[in-house]
Design a protein around this ligand. Structure first.
Ligand SMILES: [Zn+2]
Length: 85
């Protein structure tokens, strides 16, 4: 196997993965406004996925102007565990 070929292929794949991942993280723009201590006013926020926990997804809210973290939230998505049988 040609090592040069392998490197090219590998880095191309990683680049694609990174781009898609970043898009996923920042695709949601909440209409929510939160108070930002840096901007000293209510600002539109960006929702960013921080952690995926068994009890739900943990999101962090960033000020869309200065990117300061202004809050976090646990999104409980328990649709898979419907108990109606
Ligand atoms: Zn701010």
């Amino acid at each position: 196997m040609n090592p040069e070929n392998f490197t090219k292929l590998n880095s191309g794949f990683a680049g694609q993965g990174n781009r898609r991942n970043r898009q996923d993280v920042f695709k949601e723009f909440d209409a929510t406004e939160l108070y930002c201590p840096k901007c000293k006013r209510a600002v539109p926020v960006r929702k960013r996925l921080l952690l995926v926990l068994p009890e739900g997804d943990k999101y962090e809210y960033l000020c869309s102007i200065c990117l300061e973290p202004v809050g976090s939230k646990l999104d409980k998505q328990k649709q898979a565990t419907t108990l109606i049988i």
